[in-house]
Ligand binder design. Structure first.
Ligand code: ADP
Ligand code: ASP
Ligand code: MG
Length: 842
């Protein structure tokens, strides 16, 4: 049909019936986990109108592992054990296969079950022999571990036949001949093609089901293509059958930008070049075996990775075409590695050292995953498999024995527990800044980089890191390349007035931040003085209900460990308590790389040594300490001061009204109502602390002044501030009720001060001051009626900075400076600044 001919040129639409041609489909263990899945696979194959269709199958999910375990168990079981453990496992495995056969084939199951029983009897004989030998020869392991594919192909073949399809089952051990070389498994193409041609003469069916994974070696012994080798089998059969395409069916929508088990936000890639797929596979992307590419590349055969559970999804197409988008397409992790480091001053400028390292490792049959040499040539480091590390170290010690004795080489060191993180993409070539972005993301996530290597193809940058950091590193890098959001584990302490409002604001803004700014603020923990709620995934919605329901006692050690356990790239603790004990923890949090954001004045105004420890810890680790909301709530007071100082300005004096409560009282106090009445009114309106003496004493204002003065670089302490308390000595010790009841005792004194101010044409204001000669004071002062401080709205705060640049006319920050809404917003803004500093696009 002419329409078919046209279609054959084009990429078939998803799920469409393909035109007449040869296609090899490989089904991984995840696609054939049980009878139901085999049925699904069969339907999927039958729906495709290919002229020759080859289905290469893996063993049922988990069967290869089970077979290997069986062999190891048998070899380790002494003969004569009454019911050896391997027997039980063997029974289980046979039952699983029989069960699948019966479920799949129903009344046609008889011959298949009989055949399976024979195979399992043979297997039992081999296992029995292993326990007699008391060891596991490689050859026997090869034979045993490949059995699952033989069972699997048979099951699918029988099922297709039971559906009335004429299909042939190809045992790859009859045709495929391979040899195991240093670089992996090589196919004897000529011999294999001959054997296949012969097999085809006897089995000319259009539909073939073939075993993956298994083959024979040149000595005609049964062998396998290595773990996950069925992908390679698929590619080999695609070449041998001269297929037009190879489809690799698995349980994900194709190749993703990272392993979805580590980075759940990983995105599906529409297309990849062979080179990109090779690098990803080589560096551990399990979705496709690295050797799969070579037969395909040689023939220009497209490989399509796709999802059996979602057959209509187009999947990922791997071809020779390159596109330079990205620049990074995918990231991988290879675990279980070690670093072997050769270090010595005697290596500097000596040619051929790298060559000797390579030669020594090659002779010791150690394959090198990555090698890197500092430009100082002072050390060469190689990353090798953990299992090869001792051999590698010994080989180098041996090869450089002379240099070690004479001191030209100081040491050959081994560092275990290493993973390699690789960033892959064709678009990286010639594009500056990719490596910088990777290192920046890792640096910000506090990941220590041990070694770096970039292939000359510039398609891959690999970094060796501690395995303990691997998950965090992968997520941070993934987010760093905007492949997934910047993610923060957030913990909030003190869900009181400000804390609760912040939690509401945070949860309300979460969705928008995720969508617009690609920022994922994940609330993982809330703690009050008594209780805490730790959530592994993130608290959403009704945090109050969940917090009330929690019965876990507060424990800040566990709280901290829980936040760190998330392996999220960034961790931030928001302290909305007013507790000095919580502030005591800041240095240790910051040292661990946890950012701290707080409206708690304890740290900024508390003991100088704690303050210094906080600053030092933050400077050393790079974690941020932000406390904008401690002064002027949401007003940009500290950040304005910072900007002045950072741009080279110098502060001469600071002056202001830092208390919304005191601002309100003196704005209102004009003599028409006694002062005590105003305090009572303010308390009723919720403008004061529960005990109004906390406001009237002036300590809170003094604390804010200390914070600003310290920020300006001077070592001021609370004791250094001259504080005028508005609470007379006689009222300081009594209860709140008693204090409120006796409050009118202060009225006469206030009235007198007001009268004298008015007589001079002035008003009273409670002002904080750092004057030009460094004197810090807070207290009630008289100011002209036209003064900026005399003309504020009721509870407004005001801060006035006189600096070298702003000398004639000071810089003023003014606005509402109290209330849970604006304070929480100030804290939230700090949190967002921390996120922006870590690369969030805000
Ligand atoms: P199969 O049995 O089909 O061969 P595998 O378990 O061998 O399946 O490979 C598929 C799995 O590989 C996926 O389920 C996924 O968890 C994992 N994987 C690791 N890295 C990637 C990646 N970059 N893209 C897609 N899947 C990946
Ligand atoms: N069944 C084999 C394994 O698990 C081969 C494969 O599925 O690719 O390694
Ligand atoms: Mg696989």
């Amino acid at each position: 049909m002419p329409s078919h001919a046209v279609e054959a040129q084009a990429r078939p639409a998803a799920g469409a019936v393909a035109p007449a041609r040869t296609v090899v489909h490989k089904f991984g263990g995840t696609s054939v986990a049980d009878a139901e899945r085999y049925r699904h696979v069969a339907q999927l194959l039958l729906a495709r109108g290919e002229s020759v269709q080859v289905a290469v199958v893996s063993a049922m999910k988990g069967v290869t592992d089970a077979l290997i375990e069986l062999a190891e168990l048998a070899a380790a079981t002494p003969v004569g054990a009454t019911t050896p453990e391997w027997r039980e496992r063997w029974h289980e495995l046979r039952a699983r296969h029989r069960g699948a056969a019966v479920a799949l084939l129903a009344e046609h199951a008889g011959p298949a079950v009989e055949w399976l029983d024979q195979r399992f009897d043979e297997l039992a004989q081999v296992l029995g022999a292993l326990s007699v030998i008391g060891g596991l020869p490689g050859e026997v392991l090869q034979r045993v571990q490949g059995q699952g594919e033989v069972f699997s192909a048979r099951l699918l073949g029988e099922h297709l036949r039971s559906l009335g399809e004429d299909c042939a089952v190809l045992d790859a051990r009859e045709v495929l001949v391979v040899s195991h070389g240093e670089l992996g498994v090589d196919v004897d193409w000529e011999l294999s093609a001959q054997r296949l041609a012969r097999w085809r003469q006897l089995n000319p069916q259009a539909r073939v089901v073939a075993t993956g994974f298994v083959a024979r070696d040149a000595q005609d012994r049964i062998t396998t293509l290595g773990r996950n080798g069925s992908d390679y089998s698929g590619a080999i059969f695609a070449a041998l059958f001269e297929a037009d395409e190879l489809h690799i069916w698995t349980d994900v929508d194709g190749v993703l930008s990272a392993d979805p088990r580590v980075v759940p936000e990983a995105v599906q890639l529409e297309s990849l070049s062979y080179d990109e797929a090779c690098e990803l596979a080589y560096f551990g992307a399990k979705v496709v075996h690295p050797q799969t590419m070579s037969p395909a590349i040689e023939r220009g055969l497209p490989i399509i990775i796709r999802n059996t559970f979602q057959p209509e999804h187009p999947g990922t197409r791997i071809t020779s075409e390159r596109d330079f988008s990205g620049p990074v397409k995918g990231l991988t992790l290879s675990p279980n590695l070690a670093l072997v480091n050769l270090e010595g001053t005697g290596l500097i400028g000596v040619p051929g050292t790298a060559e000797r390292v390579f030669a020594a490792l090659r002779n010791a049959k150690v394959s090198v995953v990555m090698i890197s040499q500092g430009s100082s040539e002072h050390s060469i480091c190689c990353v090798v498999k953990q299992e090869d590390a001792d051999r590698a170290q010994a080989a180098l010690v041996n090869a450089f024995a002379h240099e070690l004795t004479v001191g030209q080489v100081q040491r050959v060191q081994q560092v275990p527990g290493i993973s390699v993180l690789a960033a892959v993409g064709d678009g990286m070539a010639g594009q500056p800044g990719v490596a910088a972005r990777l290192f920046e993301s890792l640096g910000r996530a506090q990941v220590n980089i041990r070694a770096i290597a970039q292939g000359s193809s510039e398609r891959n940058i690999s970094v060796a890191i501690d395995s303990d950091h691997a998950t965090r590193a992968l997520r941070a890098a993934h987010a760093g390349f905007y492949l997934s959001p910047q993610t923060f584990a957030v913990g909030v302490i003190g869900p009181g007035n400000v804390g609760a409002t912040l939690l509401d604001q945070l949860l309300a803004a979460r969705g928008g931040l995720l969508e617009r700014a690609n920022l994922d603020l994940r609330l993982r923990a809330i703690a009050s003085r008594g209780r805490q709620l730790l959530d592994p995934r993130g608290i959403e919605g009704d945090w109050r209900g969940r917090f009330q329901a929690t019965s876990e006692p507060a424990d800040l050690d566990r709280f901290t460990a829980h936040l760190l356990d998330s392996h999220l790239p960034h961790v931030v603790i928001v302290d909305c308590s007013a507790s000095p004990e919580v502030a005591d923890r800041y240095p240790q949090w910051l040292a661990a790389g946890i950012h701290v954001v707080t409206p708690n004045k304890q740290a900024g105004a508390g003991p100088m040594d704690r303050y210094a420890a906080i600053r030092e810890a933050a400077a050393a680790s790079g974690a941020r300490f932000r406390y904008e909301a401690t002064v002027g709530a949401g007003l940009p007071v500290i950040s304005t001061l910072r900007d002045l100082l950072d741009t080279g300005d110098a502060v001469t004096s600071i002056e202001g009204i830092f208390s919304g409560t005191l601002a309100w009282l003196f704005n209102k106090y004009d003599g028409s109502v006694p002062f005590s009445h105003l305090v009572t009114e303010a308390r009723a309106l919720g403008y004061t602390e529960p005990d109004p003496r906390d406001d009237l004493s002036g300590t809170d204002v003094a604390r804010k002044l200390v914070i600003l003065v310290r920020e300006a670089g001077r070592a001021l302490s609370l004791e250094d501030v001259e504080v005028e308390s508005l609470v007379p000595e006689s009222l300081r010790q009594s209860s709140v009720e008693d204090f409120m009841a006796r409050l009118q005792e202060v009225d006469a004194a206030f009235a007198a001060r007001l009268a004298s101010a008015h007589a001079a044409g002035q008003v009273l204001r409670y002002v904080a001051r750092l004057d030009a000669d460094g004197r810090a004071s807070v207290g009630l002062v008289e100011l002209p009626r036209e003064h900026a401080f005399a003309n504020l709205r009721l509870t407004d705060n005001i801060v006035q900075f006189t600096t070298r640049r702003y000398c004639e006319n000071p810089l003023i920050v003014q606005g509402p400076g109290a209330g849970p809404e604006v304070t929480a917003a100030g804290v939230f803004a700090d949190l967002l600044r921390v996120a922006a500093g870590r690369g969030a696009r805000l």
